[in-house]
Design a protein around this ligand. Sequence first.
Ligand code: UD1
Ligand code: MG
Length: 490
Amino acid sequence: MLLTMSNHDLAVIVLAAGKGTRLKSSLAKVLHRAGGRTLAEHIVRACAPLKARDTIVVVGHQADQVASVVEPLGAVTVLQQPQNGTGHAAQVAKRALGRAKFALVLPGDAPLVRTETLKALMATHRSGNASATILSAVVADPSGYGRIVRKSETAVSAIVEESQLTDEQREINEINSAIYCFTLEDLWPALAQVKPNNKHHEIYLTDAIAVISGKGQTVLAEVAADPREVLGCNTRADLAEVDRIFREWKRSALMDAGVTIQLPETVLIDPEVTAGEDTVIEAGVQLLGKTKLGVRCSVKTGSVIVDSNIGDDVKVETHSLVVESRLENGATVGPFARLRTGTQVKSGGRIGNFVETKKAVIGEGAKVPHLTYLGDAKVGPKTNIGAGTITCNYDGFQKHPTTIGKGVFIGSDSVLVAPVRIGDHAYVAAGSTITENVPADSLGIGRGRQVNKPGWAAKKRRELAAAQNPRKSSRPSARKKSPRRAKRRR
Ligand code: UD1
Ligand code: MG
């Protein structure tokens, strides 16, 4: 009987119940992150384009947290308790299965696998009329992985786990990725025959292969074109390596799309980040979350941008942190700026060094060049905020807004006590503490009047010098100094 496989007949089963003992972590293995996502999320996303009828994730350790990651992606979860091995996990998944004929079974810890590879695996399974098709890989160092034992060039007889290898089998460098396509009517009876014949007393899914093959049913192994795709994350070192590969793939994709990346291996870019042509990313930059950059932007060394929307021709100077903000075309930020959530810099606006902003809108062409804090503030177009300006937006209980009109000049070192409004084209004198609104076209001054005391400083210096050197001043001659000498010394 020639089996045909439509996606309507396909279930995806992700085995994600294990603890990940080798990671030495309080966090379940599949919740660890690599390449900007949890391992569980990577796998479910890689399978999503297959449009399987069911996507079942077997959960155990920290089941609720794993469910909260995979269920929003359309997967259903089933609980495996206790975790009696990968074969047992597959049996548990059966509970949630609908009328699928085929299952793509994947481990939760091999997140680099690509959709195209999964499609190719399914095609091989279908065209080979197989009961099981294994995704394998030929690697230089197979240690730690199950080995593929072939009975002919095309057919597989067994998978042998590392701990059960004979000396001869140890030489095999074709490994099991733990990604398989099964014909379910052949898998279930085979699994039922598998015994927990290993030191952990677990039911290994790998042992089902020998059972299926032993019945004369077809077991194939398809060698992955890129062996990196099947890397499993069992240790922290594995996680670091997988992260490195994800980052490399992402940077390559952006470079292919016309983005310049200097010293690419120092640049960290999350999977959902986009950037337009001729944008230049310097060494040591991080672009995280859902950040989007337009064309011809430049992000200088050491800057970190998180979940932000960046227009065209925007410059982010060195060592700036931009979080959940929006920078419109031609805006400039930094160096050493901190833009917090809700900052918006309109076209041609400029935020300079040592400026912190939070929920602040900087109008078109407005400038905040240095040493300023703007919180809950609105700055009109072409307004200039002097160095050292601070909005006092918090009274210890509530946040209050500061509204600054267009074409305003705020003198340096001004304190704007919110709620307060500065009208269009107004001036605020340097060093002012502004507690009341300043009307349009007016000057607001809120500071003590200056008083100059002539000679005060010189006199003070003499007093201080004398106090510092009492021996000199306590000498008898000094005590009985003539009015003439005293006058000369003054
Ligand atoms: C497994 C394979 C090995 C393969 C390697 C590839 C088995 C016995 N061995 O070994 O042949 O080369 O993957 O990476 O399958 N899990 C459960 N429930 C359990 C046990 C495990 O859901 O009771 C899940 C884990 O969470 C994990 C996956 O199954 O996501 C694989 O388990 P893991 O312990 O990582 O198996 P490996 O030793 O890597
Ligand atoms: Mg593993």
